[in-house]
Design a protein around this ligand. Structure first.
Ligand code: PLP
Length: 421
């Protein structure tokens, strides 16, 4: 158990009793520190490049208003990808120019909403540029390119650059992009790329190579670009042996390539980044409880109430999350699969973990659940999404979200007349 998880021990039982199990819990101090890391990186780059640099927290990682409040207090901006995320960003007080709409395959109606909200849009295919241009000729847009190099990411499912991805416009299609932009008198003021999600120290050089590839394409093909957006991807350690991302090295290497670019490409006024995971990930825990202990065919299964609907990353990406069990008295060490309560064989929270044999009712704490945890949760098999709370330094606890109720799920569901509920 690490120090961070130890700190949670004094609160866990009380929180579960009060707010129900499972429950997302966030540590404000960690969240604030990660926001500050990003604003420090922003300042370092800004000072070194003498250009505007803006970090837009990627709302998709966790859109809770308490997370966004902390982001805002650190002076960071936001990006969003759907009308609801946009609405939440606006409600949290972000101004139009502090929000970026980075979308994929949206409808003409959704584009209208973005246009009417006066938010800068980043379009990621020629087809989408065409749909936009038809409605809003003569406007300014950003476009997402695919720099062609294989991206960086913890799973194939989150690598968003290279030949095997649905995202961005590749070099061989730039001419067609320019024709469509010309047809509607659109001005491409910004270029965006996002290589993938979660790089750590061993992949900094691959990230930088991807950045260089994108910058080279801008220099070769695009004139008068004002904004270069390099997306997100900043990783955090999930496994005990992994080290935190060294942002000083990232900063040093970025400054080198961006300085060269600034010297050669005069029109650029601003660099943007879109860190998502880095900000809320380590602040978040998902707490649940042991509901069953099973030993069959030489394999232990520790059943819990944390199903793949509450935290989908392990089953979706084979992602590793540290799991700590509170309350164990036994000294007996076992190797076990820690599993959820959903009827799917893939509903495995942690494979082959060495733990001490727990008891029914012991608390299960999943670390690094703050990003792509609650934002990806679902009602699969009719299970309720957890409540969420924030713990502050002085021990104060704020509720961030109610635990869902059956009424929430049944709302909007129609039953044939003969079924009365
Ligand atoms: N920007 C875009 C366009 C994304 O698709 C994503 C995530 O996939 C992000 C930013 C945030 O990425 P991360 O959470 O890895 O920083």
């Amino acid at each position: 158990m690490n120090n961070k998880t130890e700190r949670l021990k004094e609160y866990a039982k009380m929180l579960i009793n009060k707010y129900g199990s499972p429950l997302y819990v966030y540590d404000y101090e960690i969240l604030k520190k990660r926001c500050e890391d990003m604003s420090k990186l922003q300042k370092q780059l800004e000072n070194a490049l003498a250009k505007k640099v803006r970090m837009h927290y990627s709302t998709k990682a966790n859109s809770n208003p308490y997370i966004l409040e902390t982001v805002k207090e650190a002076g960071l901006y936001v990006d969003c990808m759907s009308p609801v995320e946009l609405m939440i960003n606006k409600k949290c007080g972000f101004k139009n120019q502090e929000i970026l709409y980075v979308c994929n395959n949206i409808t003409a109606e959704e584009m209208k909403l973005v246009y009417e909200s006066k938010i800068l849009i980043c379009l990621d295919s020629i087809s989408q540029v065409d749909t936009w241009g038809k409605q809003f000729p003569g406007t300014k847009i950003m476009v997402r390119i695919n720099p062609g190099v294989v991206g960086v990411g913890h799973s194939e499912k989150v690598i968003t650059s290279g030949k095997l991805t649905k995202f961005g416009i590749t070099e061989e299609n730039f001419e067609e992009l320019f024709e469509v932009a010309k047809k509607y008198n659109l001005t491409i003021i910004g270029i965006h790329q996002h290589l993938g999600s979660l790089f750590l120290n061993d992949k900094i050089d691959n990230y930088i190579m991807g950045v260089k590839a994108g910058l080279n394409l801008i220099k070769k093909h695009f004139k008068n670009i004002k904004i270069v957006d390099l997306g997100g991807g900043f990783g955090v350690p999930y496994k005990p042996e992994e080290k935190p991302l060294n942002l000083d090295i990232v900063s040093e290497k970025l400054i080198k390539v961006l300085k060269e670019f600034v010297n050669e490409y005069q029109s650029v006024e601003e660099f943007k980044f879109e860190p998502g995971r880095y900000i809320p990930c380590e602040a978040g825990y998902l707490i649940g409880q042991v509901t069953a202990i099973k030993h069959e065919n030489g394999q232990y299964y520790i059943g819990t109430d944390i199903g793949m609907n509450q935290l989908v990353r392990p089953s979706m990406y084979d992602a590793y999350h540290e799991i700590t069990i509170f309350g164990t008295k036994s000294e007996e060490k076992i190797q076990a699969n820690i599993v959820g309560n959903i009827c799917e064989s893939g509903d495995i929270l942690g494979k082959n973990r060495t733990i001490t044999l727990p008891n029914i009712g012991d608390l299960v704490v999943v670390s690094n659940a703050g990003a792509y945890g609650s934002s990806m949760a679902s009602n699969y098999t009719g299970r309720l999404r957890p409540g969420e709370v924030m713990i502050y330094k002085d021990g104060r606890i704020e509720k961030m979200k109610d635990r869902e109720t059956e009424t929430n799920i049944l709302q909007g569901l129609y039953f044939p007349k003969k079924y009365k509920i």
